[in-house]
Write a protein that binds this ligand. Structure first.
Ligand code: HEC
Ligand code: HEC
Length: 402
């Protein structure tokens, strides 16, 4: 830019020199306006237009008359600055680029997270039926040899008085080393003739805790149920009862430990009696027990023993009275006489008819297993015969009371 400035300053100096020397010369005409700068080339931003050229110096006036000293000529007007070049038009929008080549396939993605646990599978199909099991053994299985060799009638005798010689015992309690009274060691005292304990014919029977000091209380065990569920050996073990109370414990109503007092053969006899020879009392009569079990009650301030009432009915059930009379005539009349009044029983208070009707729960036991030294065991053993006898002896005319 400095290169262009220098000539401009020089020309101005020439112009000023000329004016000084002229006399009254006319003022130089104004310099022509500079040409408009060429428009910038479209596209690129136009360059700034060049400054317009200085107007050409006015032509010197012809020599005038000597007049007054002329005024100094005005300095030539500086050329106007050239117009700014028009802005270049905006470049046309470029053509759309060609479609790019397809990108290369992306790299394989990372492994996904482990999925949630699946739902429970369906229930499997029902399996096939199992093979048929082996044939079962008849309950309670084969009887032990000792049981087969046992005597059930003798066992019944033992149930009443196991120490008696007729029961295979040593003849007396003393011989059997028993000091407790007989009524604390006889099976029937605690279990009843029927084995039903205080739920059967002994329901109203007193013992040490209910005013009868010389005998044990009746048990609440149902021995008929025990027989129905215990094996041969179990029944043997229960009777032998190594777990029982000391047999000579005084006034003790628990089951005595018979081990060492009862011979094994006697125990097997009792087991056989219980399983095979024990008559079901329901076949011989009906027993009705009315009232709460034996207990004490406060009656108007007095501690009173209450007993249930027992009633025996339907003696001999569906037995045959005629057959019973025939049997009686053949097997009993010889000692008891045809009316049953010859041998008075229960300390002389009862005829035989009276005994059978009043104590049917005990009579059958005596008839089948004997009584005392005279009436031997096994006189009548079939339940059907006992039924016929009972049926016959229900007759108070043929077998009267005292
Ligand atoms: C002093 C009373 C008494 C005498 C005597 C007695 N028992 Fe028991 N017995 C019981 C009592 C009570 C039980 C129940 C268990 C217990 O309390 O000891 C029992 C239990 C039994 C059982 C087991 C019952 C079960 O289901 O658990 C048998 C069997 C049995 N006695 C048989 C006999 C035989 C047989 C005799 C005679 C050789 C006899 N008892 C003598 C009182 C007696
Ligand atoms: C050989 C004689 C004899 C013959 C047979 C006989 N008895 Fe007896 N019986 C007696 C004597 C004796 C008594 C009393 C025993 C006693 O109190 O110790 C008795 C008692 C009884 C008792 C009561 C038992 C008791 O606990 O008091 C009955 C029940 C009985 N006999 C029924 C019969 C019947 C039923 C027959 C026939 C099937 C029969 N007897 C056959 C002699 C006999």
């Amino acid at each position: 830019m400095k290169m262009f400035m220098r000539p401009l300053v020089a020309s101005l100096a020439v112009l000023a020199l000329a004016a000084c020397e002229g006399s009254a010369g006319t003022a130089g005409s104004a310099g022509a306006k500079g040409d408009t700068g060429a428009a910038g080339v479209a596209g690129a931003k136009g360059d700034k237009g060049d400054k317009g050229d200085t107007g050409a110096a006015g032509v010197a006036g012809a020599k005038g008359d000597k007049g007054d000293k002329g005024d100094t000529g005005a300095a030539g007007v500086a050329g106007a600055k050239g117009d700014t070049g028009a802005a270049g038009a905006a470049g046309a929008k470029g053509d759309k680029g060609d479609t790019g080549a397809a990108g290369a396939a992306g790299a394989k993605g990372d492994k996904g997270d482990t999925g949630a646990t699946g739902a429970k599978g369906d229930k499997g199909e029902t399996g096939a039926s199992g093979a048929k099991g082996d044939a079962g053994q008849d309950w309670p299985g084969p009887a032990p040899a000792a049981y087969l060799a046992a005597d059930g009638i003798k066992g019944g005798v033992a149930y009443s008085e196991w120490y008696a010689t007729g029961a295979g015992g040593k003849g007396s309690l003393a011989n059997a080393n028993v000091t407790a009274g007989a009524e604390f060691v006889r099976c029937k005292t605690c279990h009843g003739w029927d084995g039903l304990g205080n739920a059967g014919s002994y329901a109203n029977r007193t013992g040490i805790s209910t005013g009868e000091a010389t005998r044990a209380d009746v048990s609440d065990v149902n021995l008929r149920a025990t027989v129905a569920s215990a094996s041969y050996q179990d029944l043997y073990d229960l009777i032998e009862s190594t777990w029982g109370r000391p047999i000579n414990a005084a006034n003790d109503s628990r089951h005595p430990a018979f081990a060492g007092h009862l011979e094994p053969a006697q125990i097997w006899n009792i087991v056989k009696f219980m399983r095979e020879e024990w008559v079901d009392p329901n076949e011989l009569y009906d027993l009705a027990i009315v009232g709460a079990p034996l207990h004490y009650e406060d009656v108007a301030g007095v501690w009173t023993l209450k007993k249930p009432t027992l009633t025996f009915t339907n003696l001999g059930k569906d037995g045959d009275a005629v057959a019973g009379k025939t049997l009686y005539a053949a097997k009993c009349a010889g000692c008891h006489n045809s009316d049953g009044k010859l041998v008075l029983l229960e300390k002389g208070t009862m005829t035989l008819g009276q005994f059978v009707r009043g104590k049917p729960h005990e009579a059958w036991f005596k008839i089948k297993f004997g009584q005392g030294a005279v009436m031997l065991p096994g006189l009548v053993t079939a339940t059907s015969d006992l039924k016929n006898l009972y049926k016959a002896m229900a007759d108070t005319t043929a077998y009267p009371n005292l």
